[in-house]
Every structure is written in C-alpha cells, then in structure tokens.
Design a protein. Structure first.
Length: 195
C-alpha cells in the first residue's frame, strides 16, 4: 500500500473510532439522564471557558469551516455541570460542521441577558417539519450528508436531556438568510462580592 493510501486509511480508522467513542458516550449519558442515575456535578463555571474548552474537542474537520466566537465583555457565570454543557456545545458545533459545506461559517455566541448560548450556521437550514422532531431520540431528518449511516439521532436528544436537567431550555430556529440557529439557556449564578 502506498504512503498516501495508508494515511487515508489511518484517518478513516481514527474518524471511525472517534465516532464510536462519541456514540457510546452519548448513549450512556442519555440512558443515565433518562433513568435518573446521572447526578449533575453543579459548580459555578465561567461560561466562556466552557465554550472554549468544548471547541478544543470538536470534529477535526472544523479547520474546513470558519468558526467565530462572540462573547460579551462581562463574565458570564452559570451553575452547571461543565462536562455535560461541553458535550452540548460539541454536539451542536459538530452538527453544524457535518451539515454545512466546507467554508461555511459557524458562530457561537454567549449573551448575558437570559444566559443564552447560540450556535448558528449558514448551511441549508432545517425544514419546519424536522424542527418539530429534531430533539426526539433516534429522529434523523432526511438530509443528504456524506455519511448518513452515522446519523442515529442521539446528539440533539442528549442536548435536550442535559439542558432540561439543568433547568434550561433548548430550541432551533431559522438563521436569516439561511441556516439554523440552536439556542439554549442555563440558570445564571448569582455572585456576591465581599468588600
């Protein structure tokens, strides 16, 4: 086997192993949340740090996309299980990468008002029919992606379970002029300053 073919084979094996690890982690997390055995490890977290750490673990194809982070100047503190919120962000960003062509823009934004995080892309968007079911377990929209066998419909169901367990909400809407915007909220952590 030639050097280039070997490299491609190694990349395919690596991608498949990452997909399997992610699948198992998602299945375990969904099961634990749904049956109540997962205990949230709530702590006061700086939301921008959680977003930054999550981006370090997203799909390696992110270099083919323009990823922007928009943050307010104020520190945003949330009461959350950072590991689980990172999983939500990873799933949303990986979906944006998977369902948009190379060169597309993905924007992650944090906003103090309402303690909101948005992940927006400028892809083809999501049909109104699919929006109604997109957070259901095992639901996959009839989209043409390169490797459709991998769309098991667990990622967004897990996102909803995690955000609901935190007392927040998650939704999807159209990005204007095209694309999708996923928005989730988290409870804000009140900080008392002692002078």
């Amino acid at each position: 086997i030639g050097k280039e073919k070997r490299r491609k084979l190694y990349e395919d094996i690596y991608d498949d192993s990452l997909w399997l690890i992610n699948l198992v982690e998602n299945l375990l997390s969904v099961t634990r949340i749904e049956d109540g055995t997962m205990k949230l490890r709530l702590a006061t977290e700086l939301l921008d740090e959680v977003v930054g750490e999550a981006l370090r673990h997203t799909d390696r194809r992110r270099c083919e996309h323009k990823i922007k982070i928009k943050q307010e100047e104020d520190f945003l503190l949330v009461k959350a299980d950072a590991r689980l919120i990172m999983q939500v962000i990873i799933n949303l960003v990986d979906n944006a990468i998977k369902y948009t062509p190379p060169g597309s823009e993905v924007v992650i934004e944090t906003k103090r008002e309402g303690n909101v995080v948005t992940v927006a892309d400028n892809g083809d968007g999501i049909s109104d029919e699919s929006k109604e079911h997109i957070f259901d377990m095992f639901y996959t929209a009839a989209t043409k992606i390169a490797d459709s066998r991998r769309s098991l419909g667990l990622g967004l169901a897990l996102c909803k379970s995690i955000i609901t367990a935190h007392g927040g909400t998650i939704s999807v809407e159209d990005n204007v002029p095209h694309g999708a915007v996923f928005t989730f909220t988290l409870p804000m952590e009140e900080v008392t300053l002692h002078e």
